[in-house]
Design a protein around this ligand. Structure first.
Ligand code: F6R
Length: 251
């Protein structure tokens, strides 16, 4: 595990974008696992800049998103499909057939989950998985008490997650309560993982994920078992960690 601590949100975003861009430069047909939420927006902006300046191309890149809400149309502005088009896919040269996001309006959820896992396998697995983290320690939408051996599956969102995500909706009642998410096992199969966190409200879950007991109660704690994981944190998210163990890039 490597922990990189930078000054602020923008530095975190740039650092994470550089990690993803390096992956694409080294392997132009990389398979990326991508996250949504507030945290990676700055990273996507920097990735788009790298594309615009000719440093990277998505022509041969394949992407798999972590999750999608159930029963939210793709064109709904709160769907993760819409988010990904707005923040990345409409701004780079990725082919539509190389974009994979779970289908949240499927008639057969179980089949869709199996199909998604198969697609990942057919593409040779995920080279680098980008993650955010929920205040309750969730990764993807793997909420506390998840089974570590879960593959892509339907999840019931935690009350805390519904409350946290209500900031994107007009009322809390509009927030979907279910989603399709890659499972912990799917995430742990990625060859490399980069987790981003910013802000003091993430300090506790980051502390628990890195130093706490490995437990399904704090899903991100499972990352302690991954052989190639890097946490890119701003000072506030890293504020509870012991400073000797961190690469402080702001020193
Ligand atoms: C999003 C996802 C979630 C978010 C997490 C943090 O695809 O899988 O795990 O990363 O809820 O969300 P933000 O970044 O909005 O705090």
């Amino acid at each position: 595990m490597r922990i990189i601590c930078v000054n602020n949100y923008d530095e975190m975003s740039e650092k994470a974008a550089n990690i993803v861009a390096s992956q694409i430069i080294l392997k132009p047909d990389s398979v990326l696992g991508l996250a949504t939420g507030s945290t990676p927006i700055g990273m996507y902006n920097h990735i788009v800049k790298a594309y615009e300046s000719g440093k990277i191309s998505f022509q041969n890149v394949t992407t798999f998103n972590l999750d999608e809400y159930l029963n939210l149309d793709k064109n709904n502005a709160q769907s993760y499909y819409f988010y990904m088009r707005k923040n990345l896919y409409d701004k780079v040269d990725i082919s539509i057939e190389n974009i994979n996001i779970p289908d949240g309006i499927t008639d057969n959820i179980q089949e869709e989950c199996i199909r998604y896992e198969k697609e990942i396998r057919n593409k040779g697995g995920i080279d680098i998985q980008v993650l955010g983290i929920g205040r309750n320690g969730h990764i993807g939408f793997n909420e506390p008490d998840i089974k570590f051996e879960a593959l892509t599956h339907m999840v019931n969102l935690d009350d805390q997650t519904i409350k946290d995500n209500s900031r994107f909706f007009d009322t809390v009642k509009e927030v979907p309560t279910k989603a399709i998410s890659m499972g912990i096992k799917t995430i742990m199969r990625a060859r490399k993982i980069v987790l981003l966190a910013s802000g003091k409200e993430k300090a506790n879950c980051i502390y628990e994920a890195i130093y706490g007991k490995i437990t399904p109660n704090l899903p991100a704690s499972v990352l302690q078992l991954h052989p190639d994981v890097v946490f890119v944190l701003d000072k506030e998210a890293a504020s509870k960690l012991d400073s000797e163990e961190i690469d402080k890039e702001y020193l």
